[in-house]
Design a protein around this ligand. Structure first.
Ligand code: GNR
Ligand code: NI
Length: 174
């Protein structure tokens, strides 16, 4: 079994910082990190995970938006949003860094993302629905952005206060 990594919660400062592009030199380390990130994501469980959520300030994300009975892991190195539809969609989102908190978020319905595979090959993926929301949510993490940033100040503050209260209660439990 692959080692999993602790997931950082808001307000960990790295979640608000811009992650750095993955260089060409660190192929083995990046491959090892990808494997640990996938194991961490599946264990959580979640449909995506960005490196800053496990304390690594690199532009790398893992995703699996496939059906449960057919795992479809993806690793995206240096992903970039290159196109987004005019059409928008509302979806309930959660985030492993804001456990148990959910809210409706409006984003482009369809997006195109360019990235490098673990082999350094240029790739493109187009997604709609859950995959689209997930791609955007993960790329946001690399820019220090969280889904609560799309909410009204009132909703955001309510959610962040509830999170702080629940995390405090959780620490008292341990
Ligand atoms: O598990 C997750 N579910 C989810 C649902 C809707 C839109 C985005 C996501 S990503 C999230 C995991 C996570 O926090 N990734 O950064
Ligand atoms: Ni997230």
């Amino acid at each position: 079994m692959t080692e999993t990594l602790p997931i950082l919660y808001v307000p960990a400062p790295i979640l608000r910082q811009k992650a750095k592009p993955v260089g060409t030199g660190d192929a083995d380390a990046v491959r090892a990190l990808a494997e640990k990130m996938l194991a961490t994501m599946y264990k959580a469980p979640g449909v995506g995970l960005a490196a800053p959520q496990v304390g690594v300030g690199l532009r790398m994300v893992v995703l699996d938006c496939g059906p449960k009975d057919a795992p479809a892991p993806m690793v995206l190195v240096n992903p970039e949003l290159v196109a987004a539809s005019q059409e928008l969609a509302v979806r309930e989102e959660g985030c492993l860094s804001l456990p148990n908190q959910f809210a409706d978020v409006t984003r482009p319905y369809r997006v195109k993302v360019r990235y490098l595979s673990l082999d350094g090959a240029k790739q493109e993926v187009e997604g709609e629905g859950l995959l689209s929301a997930c791609l955007q949510h993960e790329i946001d993490h690399l820019d220090g952005k969280l889904f609560v940033d799309y909410l009204s100040i009132l909703k955001r503050n309510m959610l962040l206060r509830r999170l702080a209260k629940e995390l405090k209660a959780k620490v008292r439990e341990d």
